[in-house]
Design a protein around this ligand. Structure first.
Ligand SMILES: Nc1ncnc2c1ncn2[C@@H]1O[C@H](COP(=O)(O)OP(=O)(O)O)[C@@H](O)[C@H]1O
Ligand SMILES: [Mg+2]
Length: 273
């Protein structure tokens, strides 16, 4: 079954241009998908549409096979957890356990159940020792793990991380990626990772590229990153090796695009021999 499916979805913030234009996107249950795209391509709008924070102007959205309609909004919100970019804007309480409990309390779970869910969620993100800590004293990576725990306490089937590692240092980024990789593998949570870090996308099973509110590229992350010319047309930064390939071609050495250093060396040898 598809965890999430958007069919011909359109959305405009009210001005003339559509932020999402005829978007078709399906994610299977258990998948780990990267969503790439330059600023303004519609990635965050996609995340907000998927959990019912915004309502589409056209098309259909299905969450776990359920049409996203007003009467299903509660089920949708419970099943599609979104973690945003800035760890400092997400906390609603000052203590870790209160923050993690917040969403679960809001959906009216019984007290014992909430306690069990805090245990589960903090353990899942490796923060059980910080249960009684003050959030403002945590590192960025720890704060984002608390934000993830808050989403996890609702036991969602789908998690969307909207550039949730963008403001973190490399270590914090790695902490978050490790957590979501594990949640995908062990808890079978479907993960949609919106990111502009190539290394993160390479860890995903599949990647899509958005441009002007549509999906314009799709495939295995490594395949996508090898399509250097196409990436450039969508204003995406090339991987370092892509910049080298491009430079070589501009210098008259007609190498094929590749992500593999050894293959590039062979290409250069072929071209200059
Ligand atoms: N709250 C908003 N009000 C009006 N326009 C918005 C708002 N949020 C985003 N947009 C516009 O919608 C388009 C898509 O934005 P967004 O989904 O945030 O892209 P991304 O997350 O890929 O950077 C952009 O043109 C952006 O300017
Ligand atoms: Mg965004």
């Amino acid at each position: 079954m598809n965890a999430l499916e958007l069919r011909n979805v359109k959305f405009s913030y009210g001005e003339n241009a559509f932020a999402i234009e005829n978007l078709n996107f399906a994610v299977k249950e258990g998948e780990f998908v990267a969503v790439l795209g330059h600023n303004g391509s519609g990635k965050s709008t996609l995340a907000r549409l998927a959990n019912g924070l915004l309502e589409a102007d056209g098309g259909e959205i299905f969450v776990l096979g359920m049409p996203l309609e007003q009467k299903n909004l509660y089920e949708v919100r419970k099943n599609v957890g979104v973690v945003f970019q800035n760890p400092d804007n997400q906390a609603v309480a000052s203590l870790v356990e209160d923050d993690v409990a917040f969403g679960a309390e809001n959906v009216g779970l019984p007290r014992e159940e909430i306690g069990a869910r805090i245990d589960f969620a903090l353990k899942a993100v490796g923060m059980e020792k910080e249960r009684h800590a003050t959030i403002s004293r945590l590192s960025g990576g720890q704060k984002q793990r608390v934000a993830i725990a808050g989403v996890l306490a609702l036991k969602p089937k789908i998690m969307i991380l909207d550039e949730s590692t963008a403001m973190l240092d490399p270590r914090g980024r790695r902490e978050i990626i490790d957590v979501v990789l594990r949640l995908n593998k062990e808890e079978h949570i479907t993960v949609i990772l919106i990111t502009h870090f190539m290394e993160e996308a390479l860890l995903c099973g599949r990647a899509v590229v958005m441009n002007r509110g549509e999906i314009v590229m799709e495939g295995a992350p490594a395949e996508i990153f090898e399509r250097h010319e196409e990436l450039l047309t969508y204003n995406l930064a090339l991987p370092r090796i892509g910049q080298i390939c491009k430079g070589l071609r501009e210098g008259g050495i007609a190498v094929e695009d590749t992500l593999d250093i050894e293959k590039l060396a062979e290409e250069i040898a072929r071209c200059v021999s």
